[in-house]
Write a protein that binds this ligand. Structure first.
Ligand code: FES
Length: 110
């Protein structure tokens, strides 16, 4: 079912781990990960630095706003996790790295 036809959280998995985070409709996957205690690489959160690029192994995403979901630093099949939100029920990603936080935290507003 298309994400636009529903209004529920999407389960976002990190490939080859037991990590699954819930992402709210319209929320960036990067923000969702931090809120649930998973740190992923990032710097700008504006689609510029490319540090948040991750391979989209399974599923579909859409932009969180008017900015693009990829940039010149993305390899084929990668998306910027700061710029995309799920567009289907389940997603699997392969980020360049990840770690568990001591406590979940909310990233500051842009
Ligand atoms: S954090 Fe810089 S492009 Fe996503």
């Amino acid at each position: 079912m298309s994400r636009d036809a529903r209004d529920v959280d999407t389960q976002v998995s990190i490939a080859q781990t037991d990590i699954v985070v819930a992402c709210r409709p319209g929320q960036s996957i990067l923000d969702a990960a931090y809120e649930q205690g998973i740190a992923l690489p990032y710097a700008c959160r504006r689609g510029i630095c490319g540090l948040c690029a991750a391979e989209l192994v399974q599923g579909e995403v859409r932009p969180v706003d008017a900015l693009p979901m990829t940039n010149a630093r993305c390899d084929a099949g990668q998306v910027l996790l700061c710029r995309c939100t799920p567009a289907c029920d389940t997603i699997t990603l392969r980020p360049s790295s990840w770690k568990r936080l001591v406590a979940p935290r909310r990233l500051p507003p842009l």
